[in-house]
Design a protein. Structure first.
Length: 178
């Protein structure tokens, strides 16, 4: 059995060296195969997009705790009315508290780490591509924090969330959760 483990380890080391598996994940004893993401069939991609949807039907409060009332749109600009761009920015700001809450709920972890780390995680969450695995989003955040020019401490709870989510995604993608 020990010989099998050594051979498996050596094989996976080679795979990481030539880019068949994610070398960074393998350094933490996690096997991720990025090339398989390109092989997803249409049905699986639709399922992932619906799972990652951030759409909400509830009314959201703004940072000022005042929920703006919906006003019927009028053609043209009324004197004193802010331009459409400013309205759009205000709408984005009104949605921000919900998005920030979702980023921590999605990884089932209370907000943790320094202000700098939470800001990096917030930005990573808001700008993640549609259909990206949650574990990939978390890993991108960790890698950005660990770069020499940035050097933001990543909390232990956040790393533990990454491992847990990778396991959940693996079980789900392999169909072992049924």
């Amino acid at each position: 059995m020990a010989n099998f483990r050594k051979k498996s380890q050596a094989t996976l080391d080679i795979f990481a060296g030539v880019g068949l598996i994610d070398a960074h994940a393998w350094s933490e004893q996690i096997v991720r195969i990025p090339l398989l993401n390109e092989c997803l069939d249409e049905y699986t991609q639709r399922q992932q997009k619906s799972r990652n949807s951030r759409a909400t039907t509830e009314r959201l409060q703004s940072d000022s705790r005042v929920t703006p009332e919906k006003v019927p749109s009028k053609v043209g600009v009324i004197a004193g009315e802010p331009p459409k761009k400013e309205k759009a920015i205000a709408a984005v700001d009104a949605l921000r508290p919900r998005v920030e809450a979702d980023q921590w709920q999605s990884i089932k972890t209370e907000p943790c780490g320094s202000d700098e780390f939470r800001e990096v995680w917030n930005h990573t969450w808001r700008t993640r591509p549609d259909g990206e695995f949650l574990s990939d989003t978390i890993r991108r955040c960790i890698e950005a924090c660990e770069q020499e020019q940035v050097s933001v401490d990543v909390p232990r709870l956040f790393r533990e969330a990454l491992r847990r989510i990778e396991n959940e995604e693996f079980v789900r993608e392999c169909g072992l959760d049924k």
